[in-house]
Design a protein around this ligand. Sequence first.
Ligand code: AMP
Length: 213
Amino acid sequence: MAEKTTKTMRVLYICTSIQSKDMINIVLFGPPGAGKGTQSERLVNRYNLVHLSTGDIFRKNIKEATALGTLAKSFMDAGNLVPDEVTINMLKSELEAFPEAKGFIFDGFPRTSPQALALDEMLSEKEQSISCMLALEVEETELEKRLLGRAETSGRADDGDISIVRNRIEVYKRETAPVAEYYKGQNKFFAIDGIGELDEISNRLFSAIDTLA
Ligand code: AMP
């Protein structure tokens, strides 16, 4: 109970301490299967933000057989990260495509330290910054279960194969998890329990965001 209160107070402290000028820019963070896509949709509807999911954009490019899609496919099929330069350039042009946005939900980006630095640079060029990183926390066995279960409806080859799923989780631990330190260093990180009913998890995210100035 005491720990819960401290956690809530930390959200209040972190989010009210942000001098958000006019946009809310949220990094929704977490391992594959943590629920970033599902929760992003709910956040987008509630706060009228633009949802930028790098995984979705890559998949769209694969479907449309663009050069970017062809390049990304081999990395994605193996559960590895698409190279930074490619991903950063893609994100940059997506950002520029929404000049009127009230803010963004970054889902699946940044996934490496160079991506986090590049994102700060892109936003600072627009005199904006990241408001919060909200990190959905889910234990590994649950992630595997969710991804394998999701394969039946997502049709994603990278969800249905246990060795690819495990590689994605390992890549997350090795290359992506350290990105949290970058936001902790800026007092922008907050962990959200990603276990429970979907509505419960959404409410945890909403309460964190609602404290943004
Ligand atoms: P997701 O839909 O977020 O699970 O992403 C699916 C796949 O797309 C990942 O396993 C990576 O291969 C690729 N991908 C998505 N976002 C990024 C990123 N920010 N950096 C590198 N690769 C990415």
